[in-house]
Structures are given as structure tokens and as C-alpha cells.
Design a protein around this ligand. Structure first.
Ligand code: HEC
Ligand code: HEC
Ligand code: HEC
Ligand code: HEC
Ligand code: HEC
Length: 403
């Protein structure tokens, strides 16, 4: 409970901070001055999906089907989540808006008052998907309020009724381009740069704990070999401009970044893990945890020896945030996970690597559930905890045989 509150206090200066994070590198001025600048066009909004000034993702999907199909399975589409919203009643609507500046930042998405916030709880339980299921324009189903769509298309692409995007695929032309819909669009190369993601994925240095902010992804990237090679966030998270934004919750994505090597070295067994294609620390946030363990078996399958390690940045709040340890893998770094001497009657040694993407949040949810909560908020947090548990997966398993 305490932890969550302090998080809210820590973030309350966020509006200011986000401007700072996105003010250099020639990004459109104030593009991410959240939330004030993100007025799209109209509040009459959601009635007719066919209107081009409709900001709902289903409306964009009429003409941008491919982006919608990829985005709708992404974490961005589900950023207005049970784990987020379930915490709001205890924070009040004004502090909650400080969270929405990253999770659902359009002016139309923010809460006007406490009733507005409260009304959302039951709706979210009924509609965790966040948009009309398959962009069915003829559906008679009432549209969900736009905030349920989280980090939706307009958050990244619409300012004051104008569309902004990268240059067309076939040429480098920038500036205002005429097009067949919504008055054309403004093309800018800023969409192809890491700095575009900074507003929500980088805290300023003044929020550092032991020299490093809780979110330090863009800085980590700048220090890496990938920045000097010109590989931006989009190069790995939006290959060929696909809007899937895969990360630690996707096993194939994580495998694509790592290399595993098992070997015997004298009387010990070693698993060597190398971060070969991750443009920041693995993992970049303090919220996931990677567990490694090894077991030595005799020929009857009885376990004789066990070992355990973890890859994580651990922080805790004790009169201020403290870093307990930082055991993450930096880009291109290798680490050896080495057993003690293997006993004589061991027949084989197994190594396992398990990913717990939401390890930190599980603890937050368990703390919340142990205290008093509004019934609707409790249901959301119970769902968040169940979902977080389903996200755990085994990344790697390997075996060494002993003569
Ligand atoms: C009626 C069809 C239609 C709707 C609805 C529509 N668009 Fe477009 N959009 C277009 C067309 C046509 C273009 C121009 C493509 C070109 O000229 O290369 C375009 C271009 C764009 C671009 C620039 C693409 C690039 O190459 O950089 C973006 C970004 C964009 N739209 C976003 C949106 C968003 C966000 C929505 C919903 C809020 C939306 N559009 C709704 C038809 C539509
Ligand atoms: C600066 C942007 C930013 C702000 C402000 C922010 N978050 Fe987040 N949040 C993120 C990002 C990025 C992730 C995904 C990475 C991670 O797990 O840390 C995330 C993930 C989460 C998750 C886990 C995923 C999910 O949606 O269930 C929860 C819960 C959450 N945030 C709650 C909050 C709360 C509560 C606040 C306000 C006190 C808040 N966030 C403010 C950026 C932000
Ligand atoms: C988190 C920010 C973000 C969100 C959310 C987002 N986009 Fe994009 N979009 C981008 C970026 C960045 C690019 C350029 C990627 C690149 O050039 O590598 C892009 C590119 C595009 C393009 C040009 C695609 C092409 O192939 O040339 C269109 C069209 C588009 N987005 C539409 C949408 C629609 C529709 C949605 C919602 C379903 C959406 N975007 C959601 C950031 C976003
Ligand atoms: C060279 C490829 C590459 C680049 C460049 C890259 N990433 Fe990643 N990213 C990955 C891989 C692979 C994962 C999955 C492993 C992991 O979680 O670290 C990942 C995971 C993530 C996650 C999930 C959360 C977590 O704790 O790891 C976020 C958020 C993220 N990246 C954001 C970014 C941003 C923002 C940038 C640009 C500053 C960026 N990435 C640049 C490959 C890349
Ligand atoms: C308006 C704020 C915002 C912007 C801009 C933004 N993100 Fe995010 N991003 C979020 C939030 C919030 C989450 C966490 C969603 C959740 O799980 O609740 C997130 C989650 C992610 C994840 C997490 C995947 C995982 O498995 O945990 C990746 C990867 C990611 N973003 C990449 C990007 C990239 C690349 C860009 C720039 C092209 C970008 N984001 C721009 C707000 C943003």
C-alpha cells in the first residue's frame, strides 16, 4: 500500500518531466507535452466510427487495418489495465491522472472528476479488450470511452486534428503532404528515432536511485553499441513498421536478444548467457525478474545438488528509494552462471531460465489485496494478479551429461 502511494507522489511532477524528456533532438516542439498538447479535435467523438475526426482506434482501422491488427495485441493497447485502474480509488482522480499521462494521455482520456474515475471500474471489468472487438462498424454495441484504448493511435499520431507520421516508405519527403484522407499528414523523421519513445520510457536524471532512474531505457540505449550503429528502438520493437511493440512478455522476442551456451569446465558446469541483440539492459526495468537454477541428478533421477541465481535490478523503499542490487546484463555483456564442484555420482546437470515479467507488480498486488479495498477495485486487482501469474514462462532449458 505504502509503496504504491509513494510511487504516486514520486510521479506527481510528471507533467513537467515529460517535456524535459522530449525537448531535445528536434522532436516536434511540445509534441509530448502531456497531456495539454494532446488535444485531438473534437469531443463529440465516438458516435459515428465513419467520421475521420473520430479518434477511436476502430475508426483508424477502417483505413489502417494492418496497424490496428498488430497494435491491438500490444501492451500499448492494454495500458489502461486492471492493475493500473484498480489502484486509483485509493489515490483519488487527480493523482490518477498523473499515471494516465503515460497510460492514456489524451485530453479526452483523462478524468474530469472522481465520479468519472469511479464509473470506469465496472466497465473495465466487463471490457478488458479496450476497443470494439473487431472494429465492426455496424456494431450496435455502445462504444467504450476512449481512455479504455490506452496508448492508442492518436496518442502518437494526432495533434490538434492533424495527423503526424514518418515519411512515406518510398521517399524521404518531409513536411505537410497532401493525401486522400484527413487533410493529408505531416511527415517527420522524428518518428524513426529513439527519442520519440522517451516521453514515456525515460525518467530524468533527477529521479535517479543509485545514479540511475527507475526508467533509464533511452540512456542505456545511448551508451550501447546499437546507438552508434544507428539501430533505434523502432528497429527492434517495430521492425518493418509493424505495431506489435513486443518486449519481455514475449518469449520469442526475448530469445531473439540472447545467446545461451552450456559447457563443462573442469569439475564445474557453466551456463553462459550473452546479451547479443538487446538495445538496453536486460531487463531494462526494475519490474521483471529472470531466475536461473541448476540441478545435479544421479542416474536414478535423484537431485544431489542445486544452485540458483537471478538477473534483476532490485529496489526497495526504506525512508527513500534504495537500490538493493543491480545484476542486469548490459548490451553485449556475457555472464557465466557457474556451479560448485560436481559430485562424483552425478549423471547429468540441468539448467533452467525462467522469466517473471511482472515480478514487482505481483508484490504490489498482493500488498493491496491484504488491505482494505473497494469491492470493484479488489476485483480488478485480483484479475491483475491472475493475469500477471499467467505471464510467467520458461525461456530456456539445457542439460549436460556426466560420464
Ligand atoms: C478514410 C480513411 C482513413 C482514416 C479513417 C484514417 N486514415 Fe490515416 N491515412 C489515410 C490515407 C489515405 C493516408 C495517406 C497515405 C499516403 O498518402 O501515403 C493516411 C495517412 C496517415 C498517416 C501517415 C502515414 C505515413 O506514411 O507516415 C498516419 C500516421 C495516419 N494516417 C494515422 C491515422 C490515424 C491515427 C487515424 C485515426 C485517428 C487515421 N489515420 C484515420 C486514410 C485514413
Ligand atoms: C513515465 C511514464 C509512466 C507513468 C507516469 C506511469 N507509468 Fe505505469 N508503466 C509505464 C511503463 C513504460 C510500463 C511498462 C514497463 C514496466 O513494467 O515498468 C508501466 C507498467 C505499469 C503497470 C504494469 C502493467 C499493467 O498495466 O498492468 C502498472 C500496474 C502500472 N504501470 C501502474 C502505474 C501507476 C499506478 C502509475 C501512477 C502512480 C503509473 N503506472 C505511472 C510507464 C508509466
Ligand atoms: C507508441 C506510439 C505509436 C502508437 C500507439 C501507434 N503508432 Fe503508428 N507509428 C509509430 C511510429 C514510431 C511509426 C514509424 C515507425 C518507423 O518508421 O519505423 C508509426 C508508423 C505508422 C504508420 C505508417 C506505416 C507505414 O507502413 O508506413 C501508420 C499508417 C500508423 N503508424 C498508423 C497507426 C495506427 C492506425 C495506430 C493505432 C492502431 C498506430 N499507428 C499506433 C508510433 C505509434
Ligand atoms: C537491438 C534491439 C533493441 C533495441 C535497439 C531496443 N530494444 Fe527494447 N527490447 C529488446 C528485446 C530483445 C527485449 C526483450 C528482452 C528484455 O526485456 O530486455 C526488449 C525489451 C524492452 C522492453 C520491455 C521491458 C523490460 O524490462 O525489458 C521495453 C519497455 C523496451 N524494450 C523499450 C525499448 C526502448 C524505449 C528502446 C529505445 C530506447 C529499445 N527498447 C531499444 C530489443 C531492443
Ligand atoms: C504515451 C506514452 C508512450 C509512448 C510515447 C511509448 N510508450 Fe511504450 N509503453 C507505454 C506504457 C504505459 C507501457 C506499459 C503498458 C502496460 O503494460 O500497461 C508501454 C510498454 C512498452 C513495451 C513493453 C512490452 C513488454 O513486454 O513489457 C515496449 C516494448 C514499448 N512500450 C516500446 C515502445 C517504443 C519502441 C516506443 C517508441 C516508438 C514507445 N513504446 C512509445 C507508454 C508509451
Amino acid at each position: 500500500m505504502k509503496k504504491v502511494w509513494l510511487m504516486a507522489v514520486m510521479l506527481s511532477a510528471m507533467g513537467l518531466m515529460l517535456i524535459a524528456a522530449s525537448s531535445n533532438d528536434g522532436l516536434l516542439i511540445n509534441y509530448f507535452q502531456l497531456p495539454q498538447a494532446i488535444s485531438t479535435t473534437t469531443n463529440k467523438a465516438h458516435a459515428d466510427l465513419r467520421l475521420v475526426d473520430n479518434m477511436r482506434p476502430e475508426a483508424c482501422a477502417q483505413c489502417h487495418q494492418a496497424q490496428f491488427e498488430a497494435w491491438k495485441h500490444s501492451r500499448h493497447a492494454h495500458a489502461y489495465s486492471p492493475g493500473l485502474v484498480g489502484q486509483f480509488p485509493s489515490m483519488g482522480h487527480s493523482n490518477s491522472n498523473d499515471c494516465l499521462v503515460c497510460h492514456a494521455p489524451l485530453v479526452q482520456q483523462l478524468y474530469r472528476d472522481a465520479g468519472d474515475m469511479q464509473a470506469t471500474l465496472a466497465t473495465l471489468l466487463r471490457h478488458p479488450e479496450g476497443f470494439s472487438s473487431d472494429a465492426d462498424l455496424d456494431s450496435k454495441q455502445a462504444a467504450l470511452p476512449l481512455r479504455h484504448a490506452g496508448v492508442t493511435c492518436a496518442v502518437c499520431h494526432v495533434r490538434n486534428g492533424q495527423r503526424f507520421g514518418p515519411p512515406r516508405r518510398n521517399n524521404d519527403e518531409v513536411g505537410h503532404l497532401n493525401g486522400a484522407a484527413h487533410g493529408g499528414f505531416t511527415a517527420t523523421k522524428d518518428f524513426e528515432k529513439s527519442q520519440f519513445c522517451a516521453a514515456c520510457h525515460q525518467f530524468p536524471q533527477s529521479y535517479a536511485i543509485h545514479g540511475k532512474p527507475l526508467e533509464n531505457t533511452v540512456y542505456e540505449w545511448k551508451q550501447s553499441y546499437f546507438a552508434s550503429e544507428g539501430v533505434q528502438c523502432q528497429g527492434c520493437h517495430m521492425p518493418d513498421r509493424v505495431h506489435a511493440f513486443k518486449g519481455i512478455h514475449d518469449k520469442q522476442m526475448v530469445l531473439s536478444g540472447l545467446d545461451f551456451q552450456l559447457e563443462k569446465q573442469g569439475d564445474v558446469a557453466v551456463l553462459k548467457i550473452t546479451s547479443k541483440h538487446i538495445g538496453h539492459a536486460f531487463p531494462t526495468y526494475v519490474t521483471p525478474k529472470v531466475m536461473i537454477h541448476a540441478e545435479a541428478f544421479n542416474q536414478h533421477g535423484v537431485i544431489l545438488q542445486t544452485w540458483q541465481w537471478e538477473i534483476v535490478r532490485k529496489v526497495a523503499y526504506e525512508n527513500g528509494w534504495k537500490e538493493i542490487k543491480d545484476a542486469r546484463l548490459m548490451p553485449n555483456q556475457s555472464r557465466m552462471f557457474t556451479t560448485d564442484g560436481i559430485k562424483g555420482d552425478v549423471a547429468f546437470v540441468k539448467f533452467y531460465v525462467d522469466v517473471i515479467p511482472d515480478a514487482f507488480y505481483k508484490g504490489v498486488y498482493q500488498n493491496l489485496l491484504a488491505g482494505d479495498m473497494q469491492p470493484a477495485a479488489r476485483k480488478l486487482i485480483q484479475k491483475a494478479l491472475a493475469d500477471a501469474e499467467k505471464n510467467d514462462y520458461r525461456l530456456f532449458e539445457g542439460r549436460l551429461s556426466y560420464p
